[in-house]
Design a protein around this ligand. Structure first.
Ligand code: TYM
Length: 331
């Protein structure tokens, strides 16, 4: 039986963090045995916001190394770099003709990024969702494991796929965002301000490369308050986030104990954070050490990237043959 096709990507714009892990990479690892998986480093996308490429090669290697350290097996999946697959750029060109200026300008990420970099509102930033749709559709993927922040991009990818099919004939399936469990995940920043991200407040972001002391320090500084005063009250979102992290990295009985303490208004956040810090150290340190080993082995990285490129181009070129045929560009 043919396995369903899965695709996802990560921009190499900084160090990977817990949001990337729980929103995306954990799902990649869980999917690798039962799906036909394509995972890649979105280095073209990174140029929309990070035109300086001094750190780019290092970051690409780190993303590959961290994915493997988290459990991804490059023999089971195609693990590749976006710029190694020129078919994506060709598909991006065709899909650009089906994407409208108005809808691109309305995209939340475009508006946010345009606000952050008013001197560099480039065309690549505007057409970011078209390139992302091309990444997905070039392998005719149906499941896309991503965090909640990518939902709108997925909806746009579906629109572009449907528009293409309507105009030129049925080539693409309609891809869906995916997470094990029903909900897409959003890990908040430890300071309670928005989502954890590669480039915002670094002291409020837990990176997979953080050393043990930094992990402890960041968690001890996480935002809390004086605690609930009525039993079973609703948790403020920054407290909920600490419980979410605890659920993800601590034993169930530890989580249950602190949750009961919260509900009974006897919670001591200092104790909770100490426990969470130790569990987080136990979670992150093996990933950090394995990733550092892989990253220092350039020969291994080159082999893995080359192998990924071959697998990705095999699938992408088959799709582009279909695409050109449907458009009538086969002479
Ligand atoms: P990027 O590089 O920002 O993030 C990579 C993945 O991590 C998830 N993520 C989070 N999940 C939960 N909580 C958070 N705080 C958090 N921060 C990040 C993201 O949802 C994502 O799954 N546009 C994409 C890269 C991309 C892509 C694609 C993804 C390019 N082409 C095709 C899927 C399919 C991005 O910027 O991800």
């Amino acid at each position: 039986m043919n396995k369903e096709v899965v695709l996802s990507g990560i921009r190499p714009t900084g160090f990977l963090h817990l949001g990337n892990y729980f929103g995306a990479m954990r799902n990649y690892v869980r999917m690798q045995d039962n799906f036909n998986c394509y995972f890649f480093v979105a280095n073209w996308h990174s140029l929309t916001t990070h035109p300086d490429t001094k750190e780019l090669q290092n970051s690409v290697h780190r993303v590959i190394a961290e994915n493997i350290a988290c459990g991804l097996n490059p023999d089971k999946v195609a693990l590749y770099v976006q710029s190694d697959v020129p078919e994506i750029a060709e598909l991006y060109l065709y899909l650009s003709m089906l994407a409208y200026k108005g809808e691109l300008e309305k995209t939340t990420t475009f508006k946010d990024k345009a606000r952050l970099q008013p001197d560099n509102i480039n065309a690549g930033l505007l057409t970011y969702p078209v390139l992302m749709a091309s990444d997905i559709l070039v392998h005719r993927a149906v499941k896309v494991p991503v965090g909640k922040d990518q939902e709108q991009h997925l909806e746009m990818a579906r629109n572009f796929a449907e528009r293409f099919n309507y105009r030129y004939g049925p080539v693409f399936p309609t891809p869906q965002a995916f997470n094990f469990g029903n909900e897409l995940i959003k890990i908040m920043s430890l300071d309670g301000n928005g989502k954890m991200s590669k480039s915002e407040n670094q002291m409020a972001t837990l990176y997979l490369a953080d050393d043990n002391d930094i992990i402890r320090k960041k968690i001890m500084k996480a935002k809390t308050d004086s605690g609930p005063t009525t039993s079973n009250s609703i948790k403020p979102d920054y407290i909920e986030n600490l419980f979410t992290l605890m659920k993800l990295v601590s034993n169930e009985d530890v989580y249950t104990k602190f949750n009961e303490d919260f509900n009974n208004c006897i919670i001591r956040y200092g104790d909770m954070k100490k426990q969470l810090a130790e569990d987080m150290v136990a979670f992150i340190s093996p990933i950090r050490e394995k990733a550092a080993d892989i990253q220092s082995n350039k020969e291994l990285l080159t082999t893995i990237i080359h192998q990924g490129k071959e697998k990705a181009r095999y699938s992408a070129s088959a799709t582009l043959t279909e695409v050109r045929k449907s458009i009538g560009m086969n002479y």
